[in-house]
Design a protein. Sequence first.
Length: 305
Amino acid sequence: MKRHSSPFRGRALRAAALSLGVLTGCSGTHGPDGADRAPSASATASADRHEAPSDDFTFRLPIASYAYTDAQDAEIAAAEDVLTERCMKELGISWTAVEAPETPRASDRRYGLSNADEAARYGYHLPPEKPFNPNAGLSATTLTALYGRSVDGAAKADPALDIPARGCRGEAAESLDAGHRYQAGAEAAGEIARNSYQRSTEDPRVREVVRKWSDCMAGRGYSYADPLAALGDERFLDKPVSKSEVATARADMRCKTDVGLLQTWFSAEQAIQQKMIAGRSAELEKLRKAHAAKTSEARTITGRD
């Protein structure tokens, strides 16, 4: 059986970059089609920081402590809703934010699959999500007031309304963000999250455990140089979950468990991040204070202080 010659190439690194995005970006407000909008500049090194389960490696890494917590994110979202409602009211439009239903987050995939139950049910696919569109049924005028005149259907909106360029949603986010941006800290956190992963792939402990995982997979009839090559296998992309995919994913998780890949890789990257953070601690602490100040302002806006 021929095996890929070198680990951590091509699709594997691109898949890892998607995992990094979870750490270095935060959830934005919904756009007119219900999809998440891009985060603001000050949020590029921030994310929901959850009470992380044991397989949630991204949020257990040291750099995650400089991300927004769930509580901070909730305070900021609530304040943005209040500001948006005020703006809409000034335009003479009645609007109330719709709360998104709570949904469990899929298991972490920074080092490939990490949850045996998900592997057995969905293979390499993400668990299905219930569709949620907070803007369903809203008129063209309301959508345009929320998101600005660049949205689809804006031509049908009341032309007499003095709508902010980015809409009430955009204006709310911008006004809360102003004064709390710290780009240097955001960039420092993002660089650490990206570079620590790359450096971890060069760590001798990681290379050895990945080799053992690859040998284990080969013994089960699968040829992959590393776990992210399996995660990005084109045979499984954009197709329904198949028996072959589930069998591969289950073998992937068994081999990870047998050789201790997940904890070994996490431990190596954890040590790398700790050294990197020590060299940029001043910037990161200032970023954390910026997050706290923004959250404090959010609490003032909502009257929770």
